[in-house]
Design a protein around this ligand. Structure first.
Ligand SMILES: *[C@@H]1O[C@H](CO)[C@@H](O)[C@H](O)[C@H]1NC(C)=O
Ligand SMILES: *[C@@H]1O[C@H](CO)[C@@H](O)[C@H](O)[C@H]1NC(C)=O
Ligand SMILES: *[C@@H]1O[C@H](CO)[C@@H](O)[C@H](O)[C@H]1NC(C)=O
Ligand SMILES: *[C@@H]1O[C@H](CO)[C@@H](O)[C@H](O)[C@H]1NC(C)=O
Ligand SMILES: *[C@@H]1O[C@H](CO)[C@@H](O)[C@H](O)[C@H]1NC(C)=O
Length: 511
């Protein structure tokens, strides 16, 4: 960590001094933005405007970018995004693909597969999101980087692919292409791969099992309120544990959207080129979360989840709004989602699959009663809900791939339970530091045992790449603590072991 600033080194020394031994209790690190600099701007009278900020902060070799964008409609903000984010979007997409599927001809096959699947995804998006993507195509074309729109659409597809039988679908695509368009660039790539001894079954298998498509998202989320928290207010958090050190952390991006007259301003946490929300918080005090939980029942005929989370923040002001939005829109794949609402001081976990959602608030009997072969797997509490990568609803579980939670997922579920209980026993009301701790403690630090989550000692292999804690507010006076991964190889630091950077969201929400 050669480039860490003196401030961080000093903090690390202080932390070691008061925390005596290696087996000291886990302690997350929090820091402020050091300098918020204007990086670039865009303005089109009557249409929209945007400022891209670079937030420089200790623990980060590259800034965390914040795009504050205002537009009359989705098309306008898509256009501005295209203008300001084109280069970063291309760079991130190429970094990701080169890291996870280095062979160029296989990349061509993957891209063709994404372009095909994208047609299903776009077809199922509401018109305003289709317009936004049209705006992105126009903006990126107007600055001479139309390739960026392709990267953005492929990244959306990779985030949205509902698994199913991938190699069968890719095989279908290849056979079709070779017989119908034998002189296309895709057919040429397939022919080159065949010359090198990969038959088309093997090509399909190589893409289907490549890390880009098959790497599981572990992830976790929680919400706590009421008797557990300071002044009873809601705190929530979310981890993205997926593909570490691919190079996409070069362009980390929080986009704060102000769209038209009638939507709620909101912040979407993501990477440049990924237009969906990995997680987010709105000016009305709504937070959105996700954690993978695969099922057999999947479809692309639904609302691509990462854009659906944005649409939810755009419209919901409270839990009732969020629930009615969810019931009105369609699931795609097996996943756990979460929604926090400051207006209600509540958090909702949703176990979702094609055409089915199970809703969970706190202390749910379905969770308490989950027993397999005499072993108890559910320990719900009052005034808190959390999820890792398994579900509790009997119908949802029946469509999953395993009768009981995986060890890693269950260890993290229990660790969150125990951390809540630890605060309760010690009469500690959860406030900012504790909420950041609840987020950080279950971020992937390179192992799956309970101990591996309690130390950053061997965390270079940790796959926690985004970790976010929210203190939402109905009046826009929200705080976000945001950590990303940093550094490479044996110097890699997963998000949960890096500094959580404190962002006062009111300056961006402007309410
Ligand atoms: C940006 O657009 C909004 C909405 O049209 C407008 O209120 C604001 O004044 C504009 N800001 C700048 C700097 O042009
Ligand atoms: C995009 O990046 C290229 C290469 O670094 C640079 O030459 C070009 O000016 C950039 N374009 C924009 C619009 O930022
Ligand atoms: C999931 O798919 C199976 C097989 O098609 C079906 O029997 C089951 O009812 C589905 N689950 C739900 C919740 O719809
Ligand atoms: C964070 O949580 C861990 C695990 O429960 C606990 O050991 C540690 O004391 C907590 N740290 C803080 C600062 O609350
Ligand atoms: C972000 O944009 C909103 C709406 O245009 C504006 O009110 C707010 O002041 C902006 N904040 C920053 C820091 O640029």
């Amino acid at each position: 960590m050669m480039r860490l600033s003196g401030v961080v080194l000093l903090m690390a020394v202080v932390a070691c001094a008061c925390a005596s031994a290696l087996a000291s209790p886990f302690q997350p690190r929090i820091a402020d933005v050091k300098n918020l600099a204007v990086y670039s701007t865009w303005q089109r009278p009557g249409v929209g405007n945007a400022t891209l900020y670079a937030a420089h902060a200790p623990g980060y070799d590259e800034p965390i970018y914040v795009l504050n964008i205002t537009g009359v409609d989705h098309h306008a903000i898509g256009y501005g995004y295209g203008i300001l984010m084109a280069n970063q979007s291309i760079e991130n997409f190429e970094n990701l693909i080169n890291a996870l599927l280095p062979e160029k001809d296989l990349q061509l096959v993957l891209e063709a597969y994404c372009d095909w699947q994208y047609e299903y995804i776009i077809h199922n998006l509401p018109q305003d999101f289709q317009d936004e993507i049209k705006g992105i195509e126009e903006g990126t074309a107007d600055i001479g980087l139309p390739h960026a729109a392709k990267c953005i659409k492929r990244a959306l597809t990779i985030a949205s692919i509902a698994v199913g039988d991938l190699s069968r679908d890719i095989l279908y695509l290849l056979k079709n292409e070779l017989s119908r368009h034998p002189s296309s660039s895709l057919a040429a790539a397939a022919a080159r791969l065949q010359q090198r001894g990969l038959d088309i079954d093997a090509i399909a298998e190589a893409i289907a099992t490549s890390k880009v498509l098959s790497l599981g998202r572990t992830c976790s989320m929680f919400g706590a309120w009421g008797t557990r928290t300071e002044n009873g207010r809601l705190f929530s958090g979310r981890n993205l544990d997926w593909a570490a050190d691919t190079g996409i952390a070069k362009n980390k991006l929080v986009t704060v959207y102000h769209i038209g007259e009638n939507t709620v301003p909101y912040a979407s946490v993501s990477f440049s080129g990924v237009i969906g929300a990995i997680t987010g918080i709105s000016a009305a005090g709504i937070t959105v979360h996700e954690a993978g939980d695969d099922t057999r029942n999947v479809t692309l005929n639904g609302f691509a989840w990462s854009l659906r989370l944005r649409a939810l923040m755009e419209e919901a002001k409270n839990m009732d709004d969020a629930l009615s939005f969810w019931k009105r829109t369609r699931n795609t794949m097996g996943m756990n989602h979460g929604v926090g609402s400051a207006a209600d001081n509540k958090f909702l976990a949703m176990e979702t699959e094609e055409d089915y959602t199970a809703y969970f608030f706190d202390n749910d009997p379905r969770e308490a009663n989950f027993v397999v072969d005499g072993k108890h797997y559910g320990f719900p509490l009052k005034d808190a809900v959390w999820r890792t990568n398994h579900g509790y609803d009997p119908t949802f579980r029946a469509d999953g791939f395993s009768s009981h939670p995986g060890t890693d997922s269950f260890n993290r579920y229990l660790l969150l339970h125990d951390t809540f209980l630890g605060y309760e026993t010690a009469s500690v009301a959860i406030s900012d530091v504790q909420a950041v701790n609840l987020t950080a403690v279950v971020g992937d630090k390179g192992g799956s045992s309970r101990d591996s989550f309690l130390s950053c000692q061997n965390a270079a292999q940790g796959s926690n790449i985004i970790s976010a804690t929210f203190k939402p507010s109905t009046t826009g006076h929200a705080t976000m603590y945001l950590a990303f991964e940093n550094g490479h190889k044996d110097q890699h630091v997963p998000a949960c072991c890096n500094n959580y950077i404190k962002f006062d969201m009111n300056q961006f929400f402007g309410v």
